[in-house]
Design a protein around this ligand. Structure first.
Ligand code: FAQ
Length: 334
């Protein structure tokens, strides 16, 4: 049924006047496979818009992992103990690895990593809004683990059942690692809350106050303002809606906050017996749209850091290519 909407779209998303009977048949077969819960694999036929939607989402996801290394990376040299430094180093390295699996998954759709990175560096591709906020204190590192990785897992577990095989498979490993990230963040905060000084407890509360609202924005705009959701849900790219995931996250996190002994900065947050969910206050969607349009507190800094890393790494890429060419020539000669 949704392919009828596709009838009006060409390869570039513009109008497409004529569709061959063969295309129609291929689309019907594709719809039936999705309906039957089969995975779509790289060499299978797929509608252009399905491919485009996947490249958009997977590349944005990959960019989020790579840009997401920056706020926490800021604290590696200042971690309070060797144990915390080792954990943080491993976590930031994991995020880099997630970016690499995801770029590889997106490459199976015919877009090169260089093209995706070019789009990021030119400010044409998005990455998660959350990484445009600063990490001001050590408690921010724990709060990123607890809230940001917590929100990421809530969003990403359903993607393990995404209809596109390479993305779904990448997500299984990523979710396992994110789960460790979330727990280490919670444990680090619990240590400060239970064994720390009053000043440390106040630092944790301050970090929670700053990160709570941006964390619940991570799930994306409300369902009725989410232009991509309808097709993505029908195609099995998204399995659970933005609002439903946000609610699940709030329900789980409100209980965890009690264990930690912190207050979530929302006076309207209250258990609703009838709905069996927490009610919560109004989200400032103007702030969300401002941040994703490039006007958050750290957008310029984040992008500049990525572009600099790319430029500084040019000689490494050249050396790796030269080495690969040399190996190939040696193999041919042998
Ligand atoms: N930030 O129609 P929808 C992590 C954009 S990984 C920026 O609802 P969709 C790991 C959206 O792209 C975190 N932009 O879009 C980590 C669209 O614009 P477009 C990343 C956002 O795709 C932890 C427009 O708004 N996770 O944290 C955001 O159906 C700690 C309309 O929105 C993923 O990427 C946002 N928050 O749903 C690393 C998961 N929300 O593209 C380091 C995979 C929406 O049309 C440290 N992605 N937009 O120009 C998804 O599940 C989906 O893409 C959503 C958005 C749910 C994010």
């Amino acid at each position: 049924m949704y392919t009828q909407a596709m009838d009006t779209m060409g390869k570039d998303g513009g109008p497409k006047a004529v569709r061959s009977a063969e295309d129609h048949q291929l689309e019907q077969r594709f719809d039936a496979r999705i309906e039957a819960g089969e995975f779509v694999e790289p060499k299978d036929w797929m509608p252009d818009h399905y491919r485009k939607t996947l490249v958009r989402q997977i590349s944005q996801h990959a960019h989020s992992e790579i840009v997401g290394m920056l706020p926490e990376g800021n604290w590696i040299t200042r971690a309070p103990t060797l144990k915390r430094k080792a954990i943080l180093l491993a976590k930031v390295q994991d995020e880099g690895g997630h970016g690499l699996y995801l770029y590889s998954a997106a490459e199976t759709l015919g877009t090169s990593r260089d093209q995706m990175l070019e789009a990021l560096h030119a400010g044409k591709a998005k990455y998660s809004s959350i990484f445009n906020y600063p990490t001001l204190t050590w408690a921010d590192v724990g709060v990123i683990g607890w809230l940001v990785d917590g929100a990421a897992i809530m969003n990403q577990v359903p993607i393990c059942r995404c209809s596109y095989g390479p993305y779904a498979r990448a997500m299984i490993r990523i979710c396992r690692e994110e789960s460790f990230h979330q727990r280490q963040g919670f444990e680090s905060l619990l240590t400060m809350m239970e064994k720390g000084t009053d000043a440390q407890r106040a630092m944790v509360q301050d970090a929670v106050d700053r990160w709570w609202w941006p964390s619940i924005m991570m799930f994306g705009p409300p369902d009725d303002q989410s232009p991509n959701s309808a097709l993505s849900m029908k195609w099995g790219i998204k399995r659970v809606s933005n609002d439903e995931l946000r609610q699940r996250f709030i329900d789980a996190t409100a209980e965890q906050a009690k264990v930690l002994g912190v207050t979530l900065p929302d006076p309207e947050l209250k258990w609703n017996e009838e709905r069996q969910h927490y009610d919560f206050g109004k989200i400032d969607w103007d702030e969300f749209w401002r941040v994703i349009a490039g006007h958050g507190p750290c957008n310029q800094e984040r992008l500049a850091a990525r572009v600099k890393a790319w430029d500084d790494g040019e000689w490494v890429r050249e050396a790796a290519l030269a080495y690969a060419r040399k190996q190939e020539l040696q193999q041919q000669a042998a």
